[in-house]
Design a protein around this ligand. Structure first.
Ligand code: GDP
Length: 441
């Protein structure tokens, strides 16, 4: 957190600093942290937007006990926050108009030579904005924006503008090198044989480490620059025990493993029919929006590989039609055929799962493909998507802003999902789409 870019909100008391802070953070209390060790609590939170991330500091926290605002403004903590800031939001009260204290604050913060956004708050009725804000333009700030933090008006525009000043921060640095894989399936489909074959084939450095839950074991191996963790393999390793587990318990265990993983490999036996438990686990993975691939084992037992594989694919796509998009790989743990491609599938799925697509690229999609797309009509006027942005990874989550509030149909969501998938992903991972109206974040 310490290395993140920082944005500092400053302004005299009661201009709405903490309301704006909460709006920008999005989640009220949960992220707001009080750090021990400072004389007055430092209030800060983390904002993630369009693949960038910054620390937001509300200096209101420093001023609460002070009778003299200017005095507290130059106290050490505020000074330090301003020195470290990438950007300063100077918040004023548009309803009250410009007061001498605002002018004093503006002089103080200018000395730091930072990008300053003058933000005129409490402009609740946008059409009044010019009249109410006109005084503030005298301050001569290049970046001026009117908002209503209380009503969330203009806050997304502010965020949009701020984000340009925030350098890219590689969110995945720590996540990227630790890929957690759930290898699940019915007993005897070949899960542990596959792990052994993979490790033998690729000569991977391997160790067994205690897993996330008690009595679980993660198999950790390194290959190229990646760390792979096959998680919760205790059940796979200690066969005699798990094979006797009642089905219900083994399903619960598998679901826990899925919850803790980045990627799910569901192992099937090509010589057997797909059972209810396998469909249930595939469905669970789908609902949890985790990348899924099928590893279809024991192809050495197929008589006519081409014909039998084709038949199995058709059968699988019918039986598990709700996840028919998931990639699959035919392998034999016994002969090691195709085993080495398992890592390719894992890498591709993971790359997609943590991929960030630039807003500018997404808006090209809007131009190219969504010109004629409407979500519905209000008073004969079409509801259109005006803007697309990716807000998070794992799973890739996209917010599509429409000009009016509307609940999309499942088919519309599917269509939009497919458009994004087709254009930006080489392998199919689940993505999440949220439709919002342009007014609010
Ligand atoms: P797990 O319970 O899913 O971990 O399954 P195991 O790895 O213990 O395998 C179950 C049985 O299937 C064992 O007898 C393995 O020798 C056999 N087996 C595993 N993979 C293959 C394969 O690719 N081909 C064949 N013919 N047998 C396999």
């Amino acid at each position: 957190m310490e290395k993140l870019s920082s944005v500092v909100i400053i302004g005299r008391p009661n201009v709405g600093k903490s309301t704006l802070f909460n709006r920008l953070i999005g989640k009220k209390k949960s992220i707001v942290t009080s750090l021990a060790g400072t004389t007055r609590d430092r209030i800060y939170g983390k904002v993630e937007w369009q693949g960038k991330v910054f620390k937001l500091i509300d200096t209101g926290g420093y001023m609460l006990n002070s009778t003299n605002c200017i005095e507290s403004l130059i106290n050490n903590q505020v000074e330090k926050a301003l020195q470290e800031a990438n950007l300063i939001i100077f918040l004023c009260d548009g309803k009250q108009g410009l007061v001498p204290l605002d002018i004093e604050i503006s002089k103080k913060i200018r000395k730091f030579n930072k990008t300053i956004f003058l933000c005129i708050n409490k402009i609740d009725v946008p059409k009044n904005q010019y009249q109410l804000a006109s005084d503030f333009y005298k301050l001569g700030f290049e970046n001026t924006i009117t908002i209503s933090a209380e009503h969330s008006i203009g806050v997304d525009d502010l965020l949009e503008k701020i984000i340009h000043y925030i350098p890219e921060h590689n969110l995945n640095e720590t996540e990227r090198d630790k890929i957690k894989i759930a290898i699940i399936g019915k007993p005897n489909v070949g899960k542990s044989s596959i792990i052994n074959a993979l490790i033998g084939e690729e000569r991977l450095i391997i160790s067994e480490v205690p897993g996330t839950t008690r009595d679980s074991i993660d198999i950790h191996f390194k290959y190229n620059e990646f760390d792979y963790y096959f998680i919760d393999t205790a059940g796979i390793k200690k066969k005699s025990k798990t094979h006797n587990l009642p089905e219900l318990i083994s399903i619960i265990k598998a679901k826990k493993t899925i919850d803790n993983s980045d990627i799910v490999l569901l192992v099937l036996d090509c010589t057997r029919e797909i059972q209810h438990i396998e469909a249930e686990l595939a469905g669970y993975t789908y609902n949890k929006i985790k990348p899924l691939a099928f590893i279809i084992n024991k192809i050495d037992l197929m008589k006519n590989k081409i014909k039998d594989q084709k038949a199995f694919i058709n059968y699988m796509k019918k039986r598990l039609n709700f996840v028919s998009f998931a990639p699959f790989l035919f392998v034999s743990a016994k002969t090691k055929e195709n085993i080495k491609y398992i890592l390719n599938i894992i890498n591709n799925l993971y790359e997609s799962y943590v991929k960030r697509i630039k807003t500018s690229e997404l808006n090209l999609l809007l131009q190219d493909e969504l010109n004629d797309f409407t979500l519905g009509y209000v008073k004969n006027k079409p509801i259109k998507i005006q803007y697309i942005t990716q807000v998070s990874i794992k799973p890739p989550t996209f917010v599509l802003f429409a000009n009016k509030r509307i609940k999309p149909t499942n088919n519309q969501l599917k269509y939009l999902e497919n458009l994004i998938r087709k254009r930006y992903y080489s392998i199919t991972v689940p993505i999440k789409i949220i439709i919002k109206s342009k007014k609010k974040i």
